[in-house]
Design a protein around this ligand. Sequence first.
Ligand code: DC
Length: 223
Amino acid sequence: MIIAVDGPSGAGKSSVCREVAKRLHWSLLDTGAIYRCVALTAMEKGVDSDPAACGEIARTIDIRFVADKSGQRVFIGDRDVTKEIRTFETTQTVNRIAPMPEVRAQLLETQRRLGHATNSIVEGRDIGSVVFPKAELKIYYTASAKARALRRLKEFQAKGENFDLEEVVRQIQQRDETEFNREHSPLIQCEDAIVLDTSDLSFEESCQALAKLIQDKYAELNP
Ligand code: DC
C-alpha cells in the first residue's frame, strides 16, 4: 500500500509522518529530502542557477535513506548529509531548484523506485497528483498560515536560529506562492484526498489522526 501525504511546508507533515511510520512499522519516503540533496550538491558545485546542470545532478545522484534510532539519516553516496540538507541556505536553494522541470522529470523515477516498499508513507507536494496517482490513500495535510509560522519558529529556535514571527509568515507565504503557482507539478489538493487540518491539533493528536486514517484504510483493504 502507498499512502500519499501532500501539503504545504511548515505544517509539520514530515515529523508527523516520520513518527507514524515508526509506530505502524511502515516505510517512509521523505521526497523533500531528495530535492534537498540535489539542491545541496548543486549549491556546492556552484550550478544551482543552471537547470540543465541541476537536471544532470538529479539524474546521477546516489541518495540513500538509512534508518537509525533517531529516525532516518540521509546519505549522498557515503556522505551523511542529514544536517546539511536542512540549513536555511539549502532551503533557499531547494525552493529555486524544485520547480525546474529538468529536476522534477529526473526525480520522478527515483521517487517511484524508493517509494515502492511493501507499505509506504510517501510525503511531498505532488505525490497523489503525479508520483503515485494510484495511491490507495491520499491525504492533504495542512494547517493555517499562523499555526504553520508558529511551528516553524519553534524549529528555528531549537536550532539556535532566531527570526521574528512576521518574517517567518513572509517566508511561508513566499514558499506557498511558489509551490501553488509553479508551472510543473504545483501543489494541489487532489479531489480524492482526505483533508487533515492540524491547525488546532498538537503533535500527538496529529499523529493519532494520521495513524487512524491509515489503519482504517488498511483494515478496509485487508478485511
Ligand atoms: O518538504 P521539504 O520542505 O523538505 O521540501 C523541500 C523542497 O522540495 C520544497 O521547495 C518543496 C519541494 N518539493 C517538491 O517540489 N515536491 C516534492 N514532492 C517534495 C518537495
